[in-house]
Design a binder for this molecule. Structure first.
Ligand code: FES
Ligand code: FES
Length: 159
């Protein structure tokens, strides 16, 4: 079993660890750092439950090797605790009943966070397209789209 040393920032804190070279970032976050807000569903890059923020973009942590994150800036759902935009999204998810069991919610919120920054003029069809990589088995997406709409406001004419 090959071990490697990695140094990265996780939720704003410097982390240095010796890990197994094949460990996924999801397992590193959950088992080594005990950041269990990152959920695991399919574990092969399909469901989006494990989505975290890596160097400014949403990424699937189940198919990302922790070793490849040497020097990276990683933010898991716990790291967005004091972010005002994420607070708006959390409140909107609650108000619009955008979750039931909540299993998909950490990954869904991180994808939603990316959407509101990247596509402020998105219409509902575009929102649904952007959410297609995050599977939710409970809500049917209506509430999730409404939550995003609540944060973004009405779509623009050119949306
Ligand atoms: S657990 Fe990573 S995409 Fe499903
Ligand atoms: S709220 Fe249950 S899977 Fe999305």
């Amino acid at each position: 079993m090959t071990q490697v040393n990695i140094g990265l920032r996780v939720n704003g804190k410097k982390v240095n660890e010796t890990i197994e070279s094949r460990q996924s970032l999801a397992d590193f976050l959950r088992e080594t750092l005990l950041l269990t807000g990152t959920h695991l569903g399919c574990e092969h890059g399909v469901c989006g439950a494990c989505t975290v923020w890596i160097n400014g973009a949403p990424s699937r942590s189940c198919i990302t090797l922790a070793a490849s994150c040497d020097d990276a800036e990683v933010i898991s759902i716990e790291g967005f605790k004091d972010d005002p935009q994420m607070e708006k999204l959390r409140s909107a998810f609650i108000s619009e009943h955008a979750l039931q069991c909540g299993y998909c919610t950490p990954g869904m919120l991180i994808t939603a966070y990316d959407i509101v920054h990247r596509l402020p003029d998105a219409d509902d069809n575009r929102l649904r397209l952007e959410l297609a990589g995050n599977l939710c088995r409970c809500t049917g997406y209506k509430g999730i789209v409404c939550a995003l709409r609540r944060v973004l406001g009405p779509p623009s004419e050119n949306g």
